[in-house]
Write a protein of this length. Sequence first.
Lengths: 298, 744
Amino acid sequence: MRSGDKIAIWLPLLTLFAMVIVGCQESVDPVLETEEAFSMYGYLDPSSDQQALRIFTVDGILFPTTTDFLDAVVTSVNMDTGETIVWRDSVITFRDRSIGHVFVADFRATHSTRYIITAVRSDGREAFVDLITPPDGDVRIDNIVSSRSNVIVTMNWADVPRIIQADVSYFVRIPFPDGSDTTTVRVDIKSGRVQENSDGTWAVTIIPSSDIGAIFSALQIQPGRTPVILHQIEVKAFVVSEEWESPVGSFDPELLVQPGTFSNVHNGFGFVGGGYFDSFIFVLDDEIARDAGFSIDR
Amino acid sequence: MLLVIGLFATPVHAQQAILRGTVVAASDGEWLQGVNIALFQADTLVAGTASGSDGVYALPGISPGIYVLRATFVGYATERDTLTIGQGDRLIVNLVMQETETELDEVVVRGDSDTGAARILAGQTSIRPADVEMIPSPDVSGDLINYLTTLPGIVSIGDRGGQLFIRGGEPWQNLVLLDGMWVYQPFHILGFFSSFPTDILQEVDVYAGGFTSQYGGRISSVIDVKSRNGDKRGFAGSGSLAPFVSGFTLEGPIAVDVVSFLVSYRESVIEQGASKLVQDDLPFQFSDFFAKTHAFINSNTQLSLSLLRTDDRGTVFEGNDLQDEQFLSWQNRSASMRYLVFPRAFPVMAEFILSGSRLKSSLGGLSQEERFSKLSSANTTVNITHFHRNTEVRWGLFARTVELQASLDGLYQGFSDRKEYATEVGMYIEPEFRLAYGWQVRTGFRIHSFPSQNSGFLEPRFRAVKVNDRDEYTFAAGIFHQEIVGLTDRRDAAGVFTAWTSSTFDQKVPEAIHVIAGYRRMFNEHLEVSVEGYAKKLNNLYIPEWTAYPRFTTRIQPAEGRVYGGDFRVEYRKKPFTGLITYGLSSVRYTAQQESIELWYGSKELSFRPAHDRRHQLNLVTSFDFRPFDIDVRWQFGSGLPYSRALGFDGFMLVDGELDVYNDPGNRRVIYQKPYNGILPTYHRLDVTIDRSMTLPGEATLTVLAGVINAYDRRNLFYLDVFTLRRVDQLPLIPTFGLKLEFE
C-alpha cells in the first residue's frame, strides 16, 4: 500500500480516536481554598473611648458586602488585666453606597498594654492579632531656628516606639471683610517632617515660614493686604506601636495591597496596630512669628 | 528628495534591456501570481522568473536580440510572444492568460514568490482561497480565519473573541494589512469569521516571524491580505444564507478591461438563526463591508481604492444578581489608496500607499461604558523595487502617526484616562541575491525611528531559501521593534478587550529577535512534510502591572520574554482526498521585573507562563471531494492555557495615620498565590460540513451546505473572570446549513 493511501485511511481513524480519548469534560476551579478566615484593619487608640476595626471575611467568591451581620464573633483581651470585651458589628453604608462591617467596642485602651483581638467564624475558623499599644509619650520643643523668612521648629517625642505621621494646625486670626472685628480660624497643613533620632527619640520638624504660603492660599487672601495673626500652633503626631512599620518605608497602597506584604494578623490578612494622635500646642514669640511671615497684633 | 534620487538612480547594467509587465487572467482581468515567465532565444532559456504580487514580473539584464517570451501557469493556456529587444530597451509587456483544461508541461521557474500549495517558508505561509475553502465553516463561502487557525503556530482562544496568538506573540503584536491598510482588530467576535471572506481574497501572506524589511512596527507577525480587483470583463456576484452569517458579493467592470469594482457585505444572523437552532442565547452581532475599485490607468500604472468597515458586538457575560450584562464591541474603519507604477524610463516598480485606520472598542454594561479604547492612525508608505540581472533591490519610506485614547474603569474602583500621540518614520532597503548552490538570499536593513520616543533603531533582517527538486531549506532572522502596545486585562482568563497605549516606560521600545530554520520535503507529488523550528527573544515587553486590586489598569511594568517552538505539517493531496495534519509545540515564558516583585515574592524577577502559552496544538483536516459532494472535517485540539488561580477574596485598607474605618470604604481585593499558577481545561472540537454545488440555468451555481459545529458538544471555556467566577463557554453543538447562489 502506498504511503498516501495509508494516510487517507489513518487520518479519519486518528480523528475518531482523538474524539474518544478527549471526549470527557473537564471542570475549572479557579479558586483554591485558604485557611485564612478574616482580614482586619484598624488600631487600638488609647486616646479614644471607643475602638473600631474594619473586618472582611475571606471568601471563595467576590461579591459586594451585604448588610447581613458578618459571621464573626470579635473579642479583645487585655493581657495585663484579663478583661475580655465582645465587640459588636456595625454596618456602615459609605458614600459610594458600598457596605462595610465595622466592629466597635466601647472601652479606652490603655497605653503599653498587650491586647489579643480574635475574630471567630461560626465554623470555628479564626484569625487573631497580638499587639501592644504604644506608651504615652513626652514631648517638648527641642529647638527653634529663627531668622528673617526662615523659622524652623523642632519638637522631640521621647518614650514612643514610632511616629509615622505629623499634622500641623495653625490657628490664626484674620479680620472680617469689613474690618469690624477678627475671627480665629484653623488651617490644617500636612507639613510635619518625622525623623528618628540616634537616641531613639523622635523629632518632628515644622517650618512655619514655609507653611505661611499654604495658609494664605487656604484662606484665599493675598499676602500683605490682609493681616494674618498667628494665635497658636498645634502639632499632632501619630504615635504607633513598634510593629507598625511599612516594609517599603512609605505607605504606598499599590505595594501594600498585595496580601501578606504588610500584615500582623495570624490566620488572616490585614494590619491592626496600636496608635494615637499625641497633640502638642504651643505659641511662637512675636518676633519669631514675624520672621515666619505672620502679622503681629499691636 | 531621496525618493526622486532612488527612482532616477542609474541601473548597474545601463546597456542592457529590461522586460516588465503584469499578468492577468483573460476571464476576469484578475492578476495572477506564480505564473512562470521564461525568455527564450533560439530555444535556449535566457532568463526566467515567476510573477509576484499584483501579477508583476520583471526580467532585467537582457541583451539585444530576438526572443520568445513564454508564460505558463497551471490551468491556463501557454502564452507566447516574439519580441525584438534593442539595447537598453525598457519594455512593458502585459500578459493575458486564457483559462484551459490543458495540463502544464512547460519549463517551471521557481522563486521565493512561487505559490504552490500553501506551505511554510521560513515563517511565511502563502494561502490561496482554495486552501481556505477546504476548512469546515458554518458559512458556505468560507473565511480566512478558519485556515489561519489550522496553522500550527497560531493559537486561537476558540470560537469566540477574535484573538490570534502567533508563535508566542500576543494579538497586539500582529500586523494585519488589507491592501496596505492597517486593520487593528480584524477578527470577528465569533471565531469562525474575520474581516476577510474568501470571496474577496486574492492572496494572503502570513509571516509567523522573521518577516522582511518591508514590514515593521510590530514584533510578532504579519498577515498581509491582498484583495481581488473585481471582474473587469463582466458582472458577477453571489448571495449566501446561513444560520451564522448572510451576505453578498458583487463585482464587475466600470469600464471594460480598465476599471472594476468589488463590493462585499456580510451580516451576522446568529440571533435569528443559530441561536434558535440550539435554543440558546448566542448574543453576537457582527458585520463587515468591503469595497474596492481598481483601474489600469494605462499600461504601466494601476490605481486602487479600498474601504473596510467592520462592526462587532457581543455579550461576554449574561449578567446575574450582582452585575449587569456586559457587552464587548469594536469597530474598524479603514481606507487606502494604492498607486502602482512602472516608470517607462527606469527599471523600477514603485508603489505608493496612503491609508487611514481607526479602531474603537469598548467593554461595559447597560448602564455605563466601563472601558473604552480608541486608536486612529494615518500611514504613508512608498515601496520601490529595482530590477537587476541577478539581484532585486527593494527599498522604501514610511511615516505613520497614531492617536491613542483610553478610558478605563473597573468593577470596584480605579479610573484611568489617557490620550497620547505617537509617530513612526523610517526607511528600509532590501536587496535580494541569487547565490551559488541554489541559495536565494534576501538581506535587509530597516531604519525605524520613533520621534515621539526620541529613539530609533536599525533593524537587520535576513532570509535565505534553497530549493532543490524535493527538498527546501529555509532560514530567517531579524530584529523588530514596536512602539504602540496593547494591554489586556489579566483577571479574565481569556480576556478580549485591549487598551492601546504607547510604550512610555523608561522610553524603551519593545523589541523582538527572531530566528527560524525550516525544512520541507515533497516525498512525491501528493505528500509533503515540513518542519520548522523557531526561537524568539522578547525585550522591553510591557505587561499590565501585577496588582491585587480587582480592576483594569494601564499601569505597565517591564518584562522580558522568550519563545521556543516547532511547527510540523503533513499535507497529502490526491483527488478526491486532501488531508492536513499540523502540530505546533510552543513554550512561552515571561520574566516580569516590577519593582515590587522582590517585596512580594522574595526574588527580583518573576518568571511565568503567560495566558496565551498553549503548549500543544493539533489540527486534523480532511476534505473528500466525492463529486458532486464535498465533505470537510476538522478536529482541533489545544492544551490548556495558563491562568491565575486565587486563594480567595477579601478587602484592603491602607493602614496609615489617615485610616478612618467609619468613612473609608476600602477596596475589594483578590488574594493571589502567584500569577498564572493554574491551567485551564484543554480545548478541542470537531466540525463537519458537506456541500454540493449545482449548475443552474443562466450561468448560475447553487451551493448547498449542511454540517455540524462542535459535533460532540464539547464544553470549551471561552471566558472566565477569576474574580467573580463568571464562566462563559464557547459554542455548543450547532447544526448548520447554508445556501449560496453565484452568477456570472
